[in-house]
Design a protein around this ligand. Sequence first.
Ligand code: GTP
Ligand code: MG
Length: 193
Amino acid sequence: MIVKNPRFEISAVKPSQYPKNGLPEIVLVGKSNVGKSSFINCMINRKKLARTSSEPGKTRQINFYNIDDNFYFVDLPGYGYSKMSKVEQEQVGNFIEEYLFNRQEISLIIFLVDIRHEPTANDKLMYDYVIRSKLPFIVLANKADKIAPTKVNNYVLDIQKILNPIGDNIFLPFSSEKKIYSEAVWNEIEKSI
Ligand code: GTP
Ligand code: MG
């Protein structure tokens, strides 16, 4: 897909602030600092449209990026950022749940995990939540640039074996840093919208 005019549309903290035009939404889910905002920038070829940081906890609201009036990328706050106060973590958890649970426009969840690590307890909880939601999703093992290219597929398989032992869901490698593996992800996005 060639993206021509991606733009930030709104930061929402409650459903009344979500866009009302009914465009399909591709939503980024994953622990804090896994690379959700970087993923959006990578896919739309902009360095800084979505705000990123090496410090976890950068994204605190639900940010909607309008992609050529075709669909939205929705950047959710990350979970599991231990330095957030309890109250803030709860608030962020509520934003995420309220959005995922009620939003009819969601056409695909892109669930990011870190290719280098075993999925965390929170990753497992979120994976179960996504399964129960019955929404379409794919899992991306991000930061694949940190692994030798010949080993990438094995790392992805190891993660799949933990989260999805039956192997009936889609797990793919990804790297925003190197902008590789994005074609397979675009295919999944195009199928969903
Ligand atoms: P929160 O907003 O805190 O939930 O984080 P996030 O998931 O949006 O992460 P963000 O995109 O801000 O990236 C966090 C850090 O990871 C930044 O320093 C990025 O440069 C780095 N990063 C993101 N994607 C990749 C990747 O594919 N490879 C490598 N090596 N680093 C990455
Ligand atoms: Mg972010």
